[in-house]
Design a protein around this ligand. Structure first.
Ligand code: UDP
Length: 308
C-alpha cells in the first residue's frame, strides 16, 4: 500500500509512519512542522519507502502517483498548542480535512480521520459512548479544537454519504508515549519532565479532574483495526482506566523516584472534569482493547524522557 499521513511528523503521526514502514508499505509524510518535528522523522530518512512533503494541508495539495489511504492526523493537539495556534487549528480541522478528503477522493483512496474525545467537551455523562453528542462551549478557548474536530467529523461523513468515499473516524482519548515533546504542555510530558528535573509538578485546579491514558502502541493497533474494518461511524479509542490528575502525579513521582513537590495552579478554562471512554464498540466489533498498563507505559515513557 501507499499511505499519506498528514501530521506525520507529530507524536502519533510519526508512530504511524514507523509502524507502516515496518510493515513494508510506502509512507508519505505531509507536515508543515508548526508542532511536528523533523527529529521524529530522522529514523526514516534512509528508508526508500519513505518520503516527506513539507506542506500545510489547510491549502490544497496535489500528490503524484497512486494512494491507497489518506490518514488525516495534522492538527495542534495539546491545549497549549491549540491555544497558541487557534486559527491554524480551526483551519486544519476544517479546510485541512476538506483538502485531505478531496485528495482521497481524487485518488480513489480510503480516508481516515483522527478525531478526539474533545468532541464530547466537558461531558455530562461518563463514560462517554459514541452516541453521546457532547457538551461543548463553541466560543471558549478550547472551542477552536473541539469545533474544528466536530466539523471534521461532519464533513467526513458527508463525503462518505454523498461521494461514497470509504471513510473511518476515530475519537482518540488521552494518549502518551515516546516522542511526545517535553514542551508539548500535556499532563504526562509536563509531570515527567518536572519530576526528572526536580521541579514542582504543576497540578491544575485541585487535581480531582479525571482522565484515562492510553499507551501509544495500543492506540496504533487500534488504528490499524479501524482502518481495515467496515466501520464508518466514529469509534472511541482509549484506555478506560480512569484516574485523577492528582493520582497520576503521585504515580509519576513514585515511578521516577523524584522528590519533587506539587504546586497547584489555576484550572484552565473549560477543562473537562471527567473523561473516560466507553470502548464497548471497539471491543465487540473490532476485538480491540488496550493491553499496556499505566505503570508499564509510564516506565517506557520515563525512560525515553531520561534519554532526552
Ligand atoms: N494538567 C495539570 N498539570 C499540567 C498539565 C495538565 O494538572 O501541567 C491537567 C489539565 O488541567 C487536565 C489534565 O491534566 O485536567 C489533562 O490535561 P492535558 O493537557 O494532558 O490534556 P486534556 O485532557 O485536557 O486535553
Amino acid at each position: 500500500m501507499r499511505l499519506l499521513i498528514t501530521g506525520g511528523a507529530g507524536f502519533l503521526g510519526s508512530h504511524l509512519c514507523e509502524y507502516f514502514l515496518g510493515k513494508g508499505h510506502g509512507v508519505i509524510c505531509l507536515d508543515n512542522f508548526i508542532t511536528g518535528s523533523k527529529d521524529n522523522l530522522k529514523p526514516f530518512f534512509n528508508n526508500r519507502q519513505f518520503s516527506l512533503i513539507r506542506h500545510d494541508i489547510s491549502k490544497p495539495v496535489i500528490v503524484a502517483g497512486k494512494l491507497d489511504y489518506v490518514l488525516h492526523f495534522a492538527s495542534p493537539a495539546s491545549p497549549p498548542d491549540y491555544l497558541k495556534y487557534p486559527i491554524q487549528t480551526l483551519k486544519v480541522g476544517a479546510l485541512g480535512t476538506h483538502n485531505a478528503l478531496g485528495l482521497a477522493k481524487a485518488k480513489k483512496a480510503k480516508f481516515f480521520l483522527a478525531s478526539t474525545s474533545e468532541v464530547y467537551g466537558d461531558p455530562l455523562v461518563s463514560p462517554q459512548k459514541e452516541t453521546y453528542w457532547g457538551h461543548v462551549n463553541p466560543v471558549g478557548l478550547r472551542g477552536v479544537y473541539d469545533e474544528a474536530k466536530r466539523f471534521a467529523e461532519a464533513i467526513t461523513l458527508a463525503y462518505h454519504r454523498q461521494h461514497g468515499l470509504d471513510t473511518k473516524i476515530i475519537r482518540i482519548f488521552n494518549t502518551y508515549g515516546e516522542r511526545m515533546s517535553p514542551e508539548d504542555g500535556r499532563v504526562i510530558p509536563n509531570f515527567i519532565s518536572q519530576a526528572l528535573l526536580g521541579k514542582p509538578l504543576t497540578v491544575y485546579g485541585d487535581g480531582s479532574q479525571t482522565r484515562s491514558y492510553c499507551y501509544v502502541d495500543d492506540l496504533v493497533f487500534g488504528i490499524e483495526r479501524v482502518m481495515f474494518s467496515k466501520f464508518n461511524q466514529p469509534v472511541n479509542l482509549g484506555n478506560p482506566n480512569e484516574l485523577s490528575v492528582l493520582l497520576l502525579a503521585k504515580r509519576i513521582l513514585k515511578l521516577t523516584g523524584s522528590k519533587s513537590r506539587m504546586v497547584y495552579k489555576p484550572l484552565p478554562q473549560d477543562d473537562p472534569k471527567v473523561r473516560c471512554p466507553d470502548i464497548t464498540l471497539a471491543k465487540t466489533k473490532l476485538h480491540w482493547s488496550p493491553r499496556v498498563s499505566l505503570d508499564e507505559g509510564l516506565a517506557k515513557t520515563i525512560a525515553y524522557f531520561r534519554g532526552q
